[in-house]
Ligand binder design. Structure first.
Ligand code: GLU
Length: 434
């Protein structure tokens, strides 16, 4: 039997007004795009194309709730750019979903796929809802109605969703089933991050955390810091944070702090990550874990550690707390955890940031492997998946690092430069259809 975790498990909500308008996420993405575009001397035409999303869909989702009343939710799907291949990107269920946020996340997916050089464009979706307050039946009805609302864009050659915040394998199974019912036959390549029993890839669930571990180890080695005993604090104990922490511990690091939406625990002697995962499996959250000193999510970010892994939501490292961050390496497991305005402050402090579009690209890389396996109808062993993932992550890290040293820019700007030049090259080759 598949081990389904509830989509609502282990979601960190460090700060409910986390956007507090320091940066709108779309603007934050644009600022980084601008910086890299200038350095690349990008021609104005392509620059204009890259600033806008190809398609934005908003649908209303009427759902019969368990109490017999109809609730209407709003669903969004944005396709930012499909020049390099089908649109790819997750779907999140969250009360804070906005069109601007989804647009930013869709563009990030374009850059992410290009940084690791997989043949996809970028997309993102979201439904404004509070899955913590919904039953499994309500979640299923929301998923199916949302899927049928955006069905025109979906398809293995056009738009391929995946899990994201508060969605998981089970949600992808409902999405795949709904799509397949509409077209009249089973199409498992319409989504990735599915249960293994129905065409999901081995290693997909662990892939983002594995990428976080691989890039962190690369960074420590580059900085000539010992991997063994390097202290790590991880914010977020969902799919990315918990597995990232577990694999970093297996690589020899000392995980000294973990947190989820209920708060965190700090133990300078080290936290047994397997034990914390087992606790969360039983108790749903880290609340009451108790093996260490209780810390807030904000305090965790400022701990004296070698590596900080923000693996929860956007905009947790801002101009308000960047100056207090003591980590030497930040590995962005989440999408957009650092505001654009905080980038410079981290640079001034000499902190080595592995940017989100590189650090958390392990997930979409194995999504690509899943799509390839589905289309070929031939399935790989977990070892093959993990080895191919490692090759892609290590090569991408080295490529970005090389460019960052050549141009004397930080890793984020270098990653954007790699990504934008790949997307721009395809636009130049394809030309403008008129
Ligand atoms: N939601 C994940 C991300 O932000 C995975 C996307 C995918 O696999 O398509 O990278």
């Amino acid at each position: 039997m598949a081990d389904f975790r509830l989509p609502t498990d282990n979601i960190v909500r460090p700060d409910k007004d986390r956007f507090f308008n320091e940066e709108n996420p779309f603007e934050a993405m644009m600022q980084r795009l601008d910086r890299a575009a200038k350095l690349l001397d990008l021609e104005p035409g392509i620059y204009k194309v890259l600033r806008s999303a190809e398609k934005e869909i908003t649908v209303s989702i009427p759902v019969m709730m368990d109490n017999g009343e109809v609730e209407v939710f709003t669903g969004i799907r944005v396709l930012h750019n499909t020049s390099r291949g089908p649109a790819k990107g997750g779907i999140r269920f969250d009360m804070n979903v906005t069109l601007d946020e989804v647009k930013a996340l869709a563009a990030w997916m374009t850059w992410k796929c290009a940084v690791v050089n997989i043949p996809f464009g970028g997309a993102k979706g979201g439904v404004i809802c509070d899955p913590l307050k919904m039953s499994v039946g309500e979640l299923e009805r929301v998923t199916r109605r949302y899927t049928s609302g955006i069905i025109q864009t979906l398809g293995p050659d056009s738009d391929v969703p995946a899990p994201d915040v508060n969605t998981n394998e089970r949600v992808m199974a409902w999405l795949m089933d709904t799509y397949s019912m509409h077209v009249g036959h089973t199409v498992n390549a319409v989504t990735t991050g599915k249960p293994v029993e129905m065409g999901g890839s081995l290693g997909r669930r662990e892939a983002t955390g594995r990428g976080v571990m691989i890039t962190t180890v690369q960074a420590l080695e580059h900085l000539k810091m010992e991997v063994k005993g390097a202290t790590v604090a991880v914010q977020g104990f969902g799919n990315v944070g918990s597995i990232g922490a577990q694999l970093l511990q297996q690589a020899g690091c000392k995980v000294v702090a973990v947190s989820d939406r209920t708060g965190g625990w700090h133990n300078p002697k080290g936290i047994d990550v397997d034990d914390a995962i087992a606790y969360v499996k039983k108790n749903k959250t880290l609340e009451g874990y108790g093996k260490g000193e209780a810390v807030s999510n904000a305090q965790l970010l400022e701990l004296e550690v070698d590596v900080l892994v923000p693996a929860a939501l956007e905009n947790v490292i801002t101009t308000k707390n960047a100056k207090n961050i003591k980590a030497k390496v930040i590995c962005e497991g989440a999408n957009g955890p650092t505001t654009a305005a905080a980038d410079e402050m981290l640079d001034e402090k000499g902190i080595f940031v592995i940017p989100d579009i590189l650090a958390n690209a392990g997930g979409v890389t194995v999504s690509y492997f899943e799509w390839v396996q589905n289309r070929g109808g031939y399935y790989w062993t977990e070892q093959v998946v993990n080895d191919r993932l490692r090759d892609i992550m290590v090569n991408s890290f080295r490529e970005v690092l090389k460019l960052s040293m050549q141009h004397k820019v930080n890793m984020r700007t270098a990653a954007y430069m790699v990504a934008i030049s790949r997307v721009a090259t395809v636009h130049r080759l394809r030309g403008i259809y008129a």
